[in-house]
Design a protein around this ligand. Sequence first.
Ligand code: NDP
Length: 323
Amino acid sequence: MATHTTKMLIIGSGPAGYSAAIYAARAMLEPIVVQGLQPGGQLTITTDVENYPGFRDVVQGPWLMEEMRAQAEHVGTRMIWDTIVTVDLENGSPFRAIGDSGDEYIADCLVICTGAQAKWLGVPGEMALGGKGVSACATCDGFFYRGKKVAVIGGGNTAVEEALYLTNHSDNVTLIHRRDSLRAEKILQERLFANPKITVLWNKAVDSFEAGENGMLHHLALTDTVTGEASTLETDGAFVAIGHAPATELFKGKLPMDESGYLLNEPGTPKTAIPGVFAAGDVTDHVYRQAVTAAGMGCMAALDAERYLAARQHAVQEAEAAE
Ligand code: NDP
């Protein structure tokens, strides 16, 4: 068991964490990134990425994250494969965290980039057909279904927004919801019902995602939640949009969060309620949830953290001079 002391501890290794690390390392802050259970984050479980700027051709999610990690290391970040299991924020900076390995981390400032996970239905075929017709992000993958049939599962804001978004690519969008009324805001519902490209299947639960002979998604097996009747829906793409879960268990009771568990920052900034603690990426963003927005927030967090550390050092120097 070791103690690691650093000016900046970055918890989490998605686009937010790696971008914060790149900026912090180049500001000579010698950051440590504790990578967590899924180094590279959500993009490591996607395949084609076509919307991250800088690449003319499709790139693979795991490759992109590996490049970000390598870049962060190249400019001076220390990567540690550990998972933070407790943090002590009560006593202010320096903050103390303990890893699953038993290692201790002492940091002048903290950048939380633990991300969020899409919720899945947990039914047969869902994971096996990931990237082969099943996705949890229409903004990311909708483009691949131009002119094809797509389905969206869920009845909240995300599902309705994804269905509406998909009409940019497809004239045949089906929204599948397990009840007979939507949870989404009324204005979104109105837009949904007014859109001739969208059909709503009410009271339907998805039992499984079934592949065709080519190994790609072919149809969904459905059960009517009222009558129990079984049916199928042929579709080329299915987008599971039943919510996301931010990884904030560690910070419960320590930092303000909304009812879904997203960290609440000072609006428009990566600053949390505790000076010296910053949050960036999907852990604090339930609206945009994109690799590029997370990366942007990671950059903002590193810049604000740098300013925080500089102001703190300045205050110490002034106090010393006054003695
Ligand atoms: P929500 O929790 O609001 O909705 C989840 C939907 O998925 C519900 O309709 C729920 O059904 C359904 N669902 C959940 N589990 C299952 C399951 N196992 N099988 C079938 N259906 C299931 O999640 P959202 O991601 O839509 O929204 C999360 C938060 O983010 C909300 O506060 C939302 O308002 C906000 N948001 C805001 C946006 C904006 O302002 N533009 C955009 C997107 C999200 P049921 O209704 O039966 O429970």
